[in-house]
Design a protein around this ligand. Sequence first.
Ligand code: LLP
Length: 385
Amino acid sequence: MFGNNELLNLFTGQETPFYYYDLKLLKQTLHEAKVAADKRGFHVHYALKANFNSRVLAVIQAMGFGADCVSGNEVQRSIDTGFAADKITFAGVGKSDKEIVMALKHRIFAFNVESIQELEVINELAGQHGERANVSLRINPNVDANTHHYITTGLDENKFGVPNSELEKAAAVIKTCAHIDLVGLHFHVGSQITDLNVFKSLCVKVNEWKNWFEERGTYIRIINVGGGLGVDYNNPDGNPIADFEAYFDVFDKFLERNAQQEVHFELGRALVAQCGTLVSKVLYTKSGAKKNFLILDAGMTELMRPALYQAYHKIERVGESSTEEQLNYDVVGPICESSDSFGKEVLLPVSKRGDLIAIRTAGAYGEVMASNYNLRDEIRYLYSE
Ligand code: LLP
């Protein structure tokens, strides 16, 4: 897609590096997700952590999604963007007292609670401030997400959720808390999950735990199954929109529920990954003893995923190729770290100083994870509608 001159013309003259957001693709993606969810009566909360760029967020809010937040600032950003407070959830293993109080005052929909101690703290703070809190208890279901170990969250060794061995106690503690209402159960097993069987295994565990609570006389109104749907990093133009129909279908088929029970999702990556591209300029080309290097003006400070998780992002030169000749390049950034690399042995048309390079599928966990290490400039943006 980036091998055309239309985008080259759009990008030429812009100061690099910048994130380019294709808002038309974003809207199409959101539309498909919404239609597939609405059809089944499912509720989707957008996981802000994936991308909280203000333009991107405004589009998501306007399409009627809820917001899944993991900090007080994300809660505030959602409110400021116009998300309804009763569609905001607040998750995370380490919510501070200040963040909890702020969310209580905004009367958000629910806290996804990750430990017994957190239940007690929310109860106490709600009491002190004359508020009530809805809570969903996050259960660690011990389901292997078959994804990178850094983004697996639902195994016994992970820090997330209440372990099975503590649930009896958690259920008893909830009954003693006068200022909280247990409204739901919450699960999330990991991110970039492309094997839908993982979600089927999750449904089996969710059914077990829901029954477990109901057998003890605790009615569960909300079943929150988290996010995690993966996208195609290898072929962003082939399948730019994830198969939301197939994804929601798994839950529709395998989650046991009655007509009053709501199913909630917290999708991040699948909604925003493909609409974002990091666009960078070749600063230098260099032939090392063993390698050809393309040295870009973007680095791990703009997109950290390759350095942090050895994540693959498709790399393309922007614009039609005037040369048939191709070379294998190590595509690297300017940061003083050897891990500051976007890809090794990447086959690209022979490139020169000043050429534009597109690093694809960078809309999720890209801009939000940027840093100013090496005292780098603030990241820039460009949008198309
Ligand atoms: N809900 C919870 C509780 C989560 O922890 C996450 C992501 C989501 C929802 C959204 O998951 P998604 O639909 O985006 O997969 N920085 C990593 C990904 C970290 C994911 C953290 N949790 C990356 O660049 O791959």
